[in-house]
Design a protein. Sequence first.
Length: 527
Amino acid sequence: MAEDRPARGPARWPLRTRLRSLLGAAGLLLAATLVSQLLLQAKQRDIRHDLLNRIDPARVTVADLRASVIDQESGVRGYVLTGDQQFLEPSERGRAAADAALDRLAGDFAGDEQVEASLDEVKRRLDDWRTEVAAPAVEGVREEASGASPASDVEAKQLFDDLRASIDAVDEEFAVIRRDALEDLDRSATAATAAMFLQVIGLVASGFIIAAALGRLVTGPLSRLGRDARIVADGDLAHEVRGEGSPDLVRLGADVDAMRRRILEEVDHLNAATADLAEQAEELARSNDDLEQFAYVASHDLQEPLRKVSGFCQLLQMRYADQLDERANEYIHFAVDGAKRMQDLINDLLTFSRVGRTTESFEQVDLGDVTAGVVEVLGPAIDDARGTVTVGDLPVVAGDRRLLAATFQNLIANALKFRGPEGPVVTVEATLTDGAAGDEWVITVADNGIGVDPEYGDQIFTIFKRLHSKTEYAGTGIGLALAKKIVEFHGGRIWLEDTPGPGATFKLALPAAPGSHPAEKETADAG
């Protein structure tokens, strides 16, 4: 049994080889017609050159030859009749011109046996007429002879007629040669025109053949391959993609189908992962609901005992103040203060947990109005600290008014709390910058307080992170963490700027919205 062998020949040719073969055949066809046209044009050029530079000048030379022979005959006859030597001058010129014309014709048609024979006949007859007629007549006049007899005149006329007949024969031969050349020129022109038409037909035929071959070899298989790929792209991942035609297109189809199978496998894995993720998300949602409910319950359940502890400790102090010593009163103060801090911590934790629930409450918030409200709320604290809060032109941003107010309140309150020996000076201003994600407002909150070591620039935004003890500065350690969460919830960022000199400089970057510039706000308000 014969072994199966891979197919050979054109069926196994890659697309590039097929296209090269097709274009090569079309190129050979066009080259053949072009070469034939060039050869025919070269032949026409040669014929025209022969006509213009050899045949037509030859006929003119024959005419000159005829005229020179007549000049010779006329000069000799005039000299015989008058005996005037002047009549011999045209004859001598005609003799020289005739010899030159014969030499020129012999040189131009060297190798043409028929023309050479005719020219030899003209030379022979011209020599006969000169020898037998012209020379004796001239010599007779010079020797004062009696002149020629009638018989010699007849003979002289016959010789001259034979000479003219031989010249006419040469002229007729040149006329035949010229007619044949013109016929060859017409045939060459007709053939060149035919070659040109064949070239045009070859171009058109090659175009049709190439278009048909491209449709069969390239566009057809690629169209079917693209159709299968679009079916897969539309969602039918089970549809098989097959390549047709040349081996490379078959391989391309196999590669696309392999990609389809890989995508199908990835989709199966993704569907399984999505199902797991959906289950985890559902579980997380339930857990968040449980945690939120727990937070509310825990806040009430935790705050109720704290209120009782604080209340009863204060009652105990009021009722038995005169019976308790100083240490007992101090212990009661510690208990009341701890319960109060615990309540503040629980409230701050609840606030921190509620940030980022939803953006449904977002609106266009004028930060200038928000900061003015915060300064008004903190008015007593500002007065007690003998501080100054300066607020520049602030923009309008999209966000939650209550949360943004809490952010500015935290930052300004911290500036009042962590003040130096001098009265606190707080400055709030904004600049518009071009950020990586587009235009954004950078709001700066700077103070002249005790400042923050740049080493702790990131740690201060961590929940419960404190740089000072509770006895030095009160607080829960959640304020800056809450501010960071609020700013990031609004699509921004917050950081501590490392600046020379005393004080701390906090910066908030929030996305800019159209019409958020203070100048634009004033224009809108004026309108």
